[in-house]
Write a protein that binds this ligand. Structure first.
Ligand code: NAP
Length: 443
């Protein structure tokens, strides 16, 4: 292991080494160690949660007026913006996304704190209709200690999306970042402290999810969990929550779909499809990994899609021109490539094979893969791959495409490319998905 010093973690407001196993953050582009730390022990988890509960009751954070908490959150946003470049570089090293993407994620994290500062300050409590000679009100109150469990694919943005609203509401937050990408959550905790969030209100406990995440979720003092990650982990957390009668927020996996109709602007649609699946190396819950193309324009569309897909610049995340970086780990690369191999065995045609792309060094790179003639009952069509693999299906009509999009267990996002405003409008209503893009990639 590298000679880098072990990083302290934040246990109930105290920065110190965890008492658990050593782990490392690797730069996915080279496999080099960029950060080392010791995970918390179970005793550290207990201590952090008890201290969070104490800080919630005694630090004055929950009792601050909303505009006072908003002022602190505005300072967090400002500090993120002042440190935008080092944070973007750190996120590049921690998870291997191209620098152009990590800069956008840092800007989004600052915007999230700014948004929740404004929401906190302007949220109105309501006087409700009274049923007697007294006044009745609906008011907002913090819950106490809440947990934020995040995945590795967009750390600073995910962590901001959980921390900012929980802090705005006056809660104490225990953050459990993914073991692979602990560095940005630690930076955010330092920034919160510097901005004036009291000690103990934010803890960061990096470590294995099945041990540390589980202990946090089960703890009786943890009153709510906000989780983003895989569907099977989400189900596990939901079961624990049911036992505790605890509310949870779950943002889970996806297999989003794009439909290109025969009247679409072809080049625009090709660019949208490419962005939808290959940005973030396909490691996105809204990756447009299923594509339905009108049979009539198929040949022309595929020719342009293949040419542009093979010309994508895949490589060094530090290079401003890079469009796709490596995958997060060697295991992720092996898993994604095994789906491509499996697709062939299931009868798909591999038009572009990401396994054949050549890269120097020990990074976890794979190229983009385009799969044609994909069967709608095949694994590669049904399961989330979480990598740069596009499954393509030809359709004879809008209705056929719509039915296939809806007849799937995942529905995070979808997009349609068409010049017909009426069809686009119908799609918005007919499609069963959380987010709908019209002539734009899945938003
Ligand atoms: P994951 O394996 O479910 O892990 C997510 C987080 O949960 C990590 O911090 C993980 O810790 C932790 N965890 C694992 N087991 C746990 C347990 N038993 N109890 C509590 N926490 C536990 O997912 P991932 O591989 O990191 O992320 C990819 C998945 O996230 C994909 O399915 C993707 O679609 C989804 N995602 C969804 C959204 C959305 O908004 N819908 C956004 C981004 C990602 P360790 O990793 O340290 O073990």
């Amino acid at each position: 292991m590298s000679k880098l010093e072990l990083l302290p973690i934040n246990i109930g407001g105290e920065w110190r080494l965890g008492g658990g196993d050593e782990s490392a953050s690797l730069y996915p582009a080279t496999g080099e160690v960029v950060g080392r730390l010791r995970a918390p022990s179970l005793a550290d988890v207990q201590e952090a949660i008890e201290k969070a509960d104490q800080a919630f009751r005694t630090s004055g954070w929950a009792q601050k007026k909303p505009h006072e908490r908003a002022a602190v959150l505005h300072r967090v946003a400002q500090l993120i913006r002042e440190r935008a470049e080092p944070l973007a570089q750190l996120q590049r090293l921690d998870n291997g996304k191209p620098i152009s993407e990590t800069r956008a994620l840092v800007a989004s994290a600052a915007g999230t704190f700014q948004f929740f500062a404004a929401a906190c300050e302007t949220m109105e409590e309501t006087i409700t209709p009274s049923r007697g000679d007294f006044m009745t009100m609906s008011v907002y109150e913090p819950m106490g200690v809440v947990a934020a469990i995040t995945p590795w694919n967009s750390p600073i943005a995910s962590e901001a999306q959980k921390l900012a609203p929980a802090l705005a509401a006056g809660n104490a937050v225990v953050v459990k970042p993914a073991e692979a990408t602990p560095l940005l959550a630690l930076e955010l905790a330092r920034i919160c402290e510097e901005a004036g969030v009291p000690k103990g209100i934010v803890s960061v406990l990096p470590g294995r999810g099945s041990v540390i995440g589980d202990a946090i979720t089960k703890h009786p003092l943890v009153k709510r969990v906000s989780f983003t990650g895989g569907t099977s982990t989400g189900k596990h957390i939901a079961r624990i929550a049911a036992d505790k009668m605890m509310p949870v927020s779950l943002e889970l996996g996806g297999k989003s779909a794009t439909m290109v109709l025969e009247d679409a602007d072809l080049d625009h649609a090709v660019n949208g499809v490419l962005y939808g699946i290959f940005s973030s190396s396909g490691e996105s819950c809204i990756a447009g990994s299923r594509l339905f193309v009108a049979r009539k324009l198929y040949g022309d569309f595929m020719e342009r899609l293949t040419a542009k897909a093979t010309a994508l610049r895949v490589g060094d995340p530090a290079d401003e021109r890079t469009q796709m970086g490596p995958l997060i780990t060697a295991e992720a690369k092996a898993r994604v490539e095994s789906y491509v191999a499996g697709a062939e065995a299931e009868g798909a045609t591999v038009v572009v094979d990401g396994r054949e792309a050549k890269f120097e060094g020990n990074g976890f790179f794979t190229g983009v893969s385009l799969l044609d003639h994909v069967k709608t009952d095949s694994k590669v069509y049904l399961e989330e791959i979480f990598g740069p693999v596009l499954a393509i299906v030809r359709v004879n009509s809008y209705e056929e495409g719509l039915q296939l999009i809806n007849d799937h267990q995942f529905g995070n996002g979808t997009a349609i490319f068409t010049r017909d405003g009426g069809t686009a409008r119908s799609f918005e209503f007919d499609v069963e998905a959380g987010m709908v893009g019209i002539n734009v990639p899945i938003p």
